[in-house]
Design a protein around this ligand. Structure first.
Ligand SMILES: Nc1nc2c(ncn2[C@@H]2O[C@H](COP(=O)(O)OP(=O)(O)OP(=O)(O)O)[C@@H](O)[C@H]2O)c(=O)[nH]1
Ligand SMILES: [Mg+2]
Length: 450
């Protein structure tokens, strides 16, 4: 347990009804006594003056003392709630520092909670996800993980895995009978159950990650095809300037929408063409930078410019020059101008829309959800990190290898090793054997005071 005492302003900057200073560590009790001039009872709110070291009143507010280990960090914790003015909060922090506390690093309270076994690493990370959540669905997924639902599933998988390991390793001790023992259908069932538990947790966690990060799509194409009109239609706002002059958009415009809880970062760009105008050239350069970073490209073509049911040559050549590793959806816009356009253009790779009338926009939204792999799991999403997904996929890979080896080759020793490797991957998730570097990296992304 760390012996030094840390302090931070826990509320957001700016003016507010209340502001909170949090102090954690062995000096908290003495600091409480000096600031309030009374002995606080644990877990009882006291309305009291807050004094500075010279006895001058800084403010009146509520002081709360939590005796460790029954506190957020597991240490003695003091919370001072004053009026929400940063001048006051800075003064309270200054007093705490004069009395022996040092400024907390970002996430240090939660890091201590983790180090003192108040929560595991997945829960600690969910704290930051909850603070960052930008939609109600993302917040629910983070709350589930914070309450330990993700960790519970991981523990459940670990228990099932340990069971399989015991089974396989004890079979190895009876070497002559090993072959039959390992082909036991009971063992096969255990592997199947284990595998489906991992599949389910993967699905719920992937949904959580999508709810948090969403996907970014860039709208690209020739000038004047209706890119900005599509942005405005998707956001329902009149954000981008639309004119019939080719080359209207030069800056990169970023907007965020959510479709059934899936955040979508939409980026409108300059029309891609050669131009002598240095401003437009810069716009095209910026458009290309965005295209290279997108999760998906919406490539816009005009329905009324089809020639014999084909895209125009300029569209074809632009399309062939787009980065090959980024998926593309071709959006055929201005469908209203060609009422009799063949409906076969509405297939899995292209979608017929009219940014003007709204035709096809619902279909486009459904398509984006589908491409993102966004489907609501019945059990509800769980907030997780990408490294959790990687670890879970590795767990699944090792389990499936072990299963295959046992069924086909009955090589018990090798299967046992695969199961051991699967267990190592699970330990990475719960933080049992996590390096200091990773911990430092995780907590540094928190805000100060949490
Ligand atoms: N009829 C019809 N006109 C449209 C549609 N979408 C856009 N337009 C018109 O097409 C013209 C160009 O639209 P923009 O949205 O500015 O096109 P853009 O691709 O952003 O153009 P740049 O920014 O110059 O690259 C405007 O006159 C729009 O009103 C549509 O679905 N139907
Ligand atoms: Mg535009």
């Amino acid at each position: 347990m760390s012996s030094d005492t840390i302090a931070a302003i826990a509320t957001a900057s700016g003016k507010g009804a209340i502001g909170v200073v949090k102090i954690s560590g062995s000096a908290s009790h003495d600091i409480a006594k000096q600031i309030t001039r009374k002995t606080l009872s644990a877990r009882q709110a006291s309305y009291t003056p807050f004094y500075d070291v010279d006895g001058r009143t800084i403010d009146h507010g509520v002081a709360l003392f939590f005796k460790g280990p029954d506190s957020y960090t597991g240490e003695d914790v003091l919370e001072l709630q004053s009026h929400g003015n940063h001048v006051l909060l800075d003064q309270l922090l200054e007093v705490a520092s004069r009395l022996g506390a040092r400024s907390a690093r970002p996430g240090e309270f939660t890091e201590r909670a983790f180090l003192n076994d108040k929560m595991d690493l997945a829960q600690a990370e969910a704290v930051s996800d909850l603070i960052e959540a930008s939609t109600a669905d993302a917040a629910s997924a983070a709350v589930r993980s914070l309450q330990g639902e993700f960790s519970k599933q991981v523990t459940d998988i670990l228990e099932q895995l340990l069971n399989c390991r015991v089974y396989v390793e004890s079979a190895l001790d009876f070497a002559e009978e090993e072959i039959d023992f390992l082909k036991d259908s009971d063992l096969a069932d255990r592997f199947t159950r284990l595998d489906s538990s991992v599949t389910q947790l993967l699905a719920r966690s992937q949904e959580g990650i999508l709810l948090r990060d969403g996907i970014s799509i860039v709208i690209a194409g020739l000038p004047n095809v209706g890119k900005s009109s599509l942005l405005n239609r998707l956001t329902g706002e009149d954000t981008a300037i639309v004119t019939d002059i080719a080359g209207t958009t030069r800056d990169v415009l970023k907007e965020e929408i959510n479709i059934d809880g899936l955040p979508i970062h939409i980026i409108d760009t300059a029309g891609l063409r050669h131009s002598d105008d240095p401003i437009e050239q810069e716009g095209v350069r910026r458009a290309r930078v965005q295209i290279d970073q997108a999760d998906r490209i919406l490539f816009i073509v005009q329905a009324d410019e089809f020639q014999e049911n084909h895209y125009k040559a300029e569209d074809e050549s632009l399309l062939s020059g787009l980065p090959y590793h980024i998926p593309i959806t071709i959006v055929i816009n201005k469908a209203d101008l060609v009422p009799d356009i063949a409906k076969e253009f509405n297939d899995k790779d292209s979608i017929l829309v009219s940014a003007k009338t709204g035709q096809g926009i619902k279909r486009l939204q459904e398509h984006l959800k589908q491409c993102a792999g966004f489907k609501k799991t019945p059990e509800g999403a769980l907030m997780a990190r990408r490294r959790h997904i990687t670890a879970l996929k590795n767990v699944q890979h090792h389990i499936q290898s072990a299963d295959r080896i046992l069924m086909n080759e009955s090589a018990g020793e090798i299967a046992a090793e695969e199961l051991r490797l699967a267990q190592d991957q699970i330990n990475l998730i719960t933080g049992e054997f996590t390096s200091d570097d990773l911990l430092g990296e995780i907590f540094s992304r928190f805000c100060i005071g949490k």
